[in-house]
Design a protein around this ligand. Structure first.
Ligand SMILES: NC(=O)c1ccc[n+]([C@@H]2O[C@H](COP(=O)([O-])OP(=O)(O)OC[C@H]3O[C@@H](n4cnc5c(N)ncnc54)[C@H](OP(=O)(O)O)[C@@H]3O)[C@@H](O)[C@H]2O)c1
Length: 247
């Protein structure tokens, strides 16, 4: 693995207490950065000290964002990672659910980035959006989430153009990932689902952390999407046409 040096840099990872965010925070901390993580609830294991600071903040709440940014006097990298959605078909779900999903996955990263911009402009910093393959192909059961992620990918491209050359804005488009919540989402299907990925396994938080380390420092890369999906999802026709399945 390539080694990176983020000594003296300050990195904010939203939702950096669990799952992919925890892996991203760990990667920047290992590279010497001072890391601030925010979430609505404190992490299971205390992270304060040793270069990591936890701030309780709901990224959808403007007052929480004020408090979060009031405590920052320097910022080199923002990773808009907090996100997600429950699995629910659109029929029968409430307008409020869809509004909340879009708020978390699209509006909040916009507002966090906007609030971070002056600090990032002062350090020639970078924004990284954690996107999803759900925003690149139909996503039944998570339609509002998929649409919000598609919007997030486009938002990054717009901000990249608006804020160049001072601040770079890129997206990491993540495929199926194996976090501590993976069992909740995929139940006992992790092995089967892994077989649909050319790489033969789901992404680990450290895989995403490694890409963020590269992307945050890649000086001529802005407005880009980096696919971290292990080669994508093998199309259904490939399985259906195979002798093994049609027999
Ligand atoms: N896991 C996957 O398979 C996968 C695939 C593609 C993309 N992604 C994307 O990767 C990102 C991380 O997903 P994950 O699976 O690692 O999620 P996760 O395990 O559910 O963790 C989400 C993190 O975000 C925090 N969070 C949630 N809502 C928040 C809010 N309103 N304000 C502040 N923090 C909030 C959570 O802490 P609290 O609950 O305490 O607030 C937690 O720290 C998301 O953007 C997701 O869409 C995930």
């Amino acid at each position: 693995m390539i080694s990176y040096d983020y000594t003296g840099k300050v990195v904010l990872v939203t939702g950096g207490t669990k799952g992919l965010g925890r892996g991203i925070a760990r990667a920047f901390r290992s590279a010497g950065a001072e890391v601030v993580v925010c979430a609505r609830t404190p992490p299971d294991e205390p992270v304060d000290g040793a270069g990591v600071r936890f701030v309780r903040a709901d990224v959808r709440d403007p007052e929480d964002l004020e408090r979060l940014f009031d405590g920052l006097d320097r910022l080199d990298v923002v990773v808009n990672n907090a996100g997600g959605a429950p699995y629910a078909m659109v029929a029968g779900t409430s307008p409020r659910l869809h509004a909340r999903v879009i708020e978390l996955n699209l509006t909040a990263p916009l507002l966090v980035s906007q609030r971070a911009h002056p600090l990032l402009a002062a350090t020639a910093g970078a924004v990284i959006m954690i996107g999803s393959t759900s925003g690149t192909r139909p996503s039944p059961g998570t339609s509002a989430y998929g649409a919000a992620k598609a919007g997030l990918h486009h938002l990054a491209a717009c901000l990249a153009a608006e804020w160049a050359p001072e601040v770079r804005v890129n997206t990491v488009v993540v495929g199926l990932a194996r976090t501590e919540n993976a069992g909740e989402h995929y139940r006992d299907r992790i092995e089967v689902l892994s077989a649909t990925i050319p790489a033969g396994r789901m992404a680990e938080p450290d895989d995403v952390g490694e890409v963020c380390l590269w992307l945050a420092g890649a000086r001529y890369v802005t407005g880009a999407q980096v696919l971290v999906h292990g080669g994508g999802e093998t199309p259904a026709w490939k399985w259906l046409a195979s002798d093994e399945i049609s027999r």
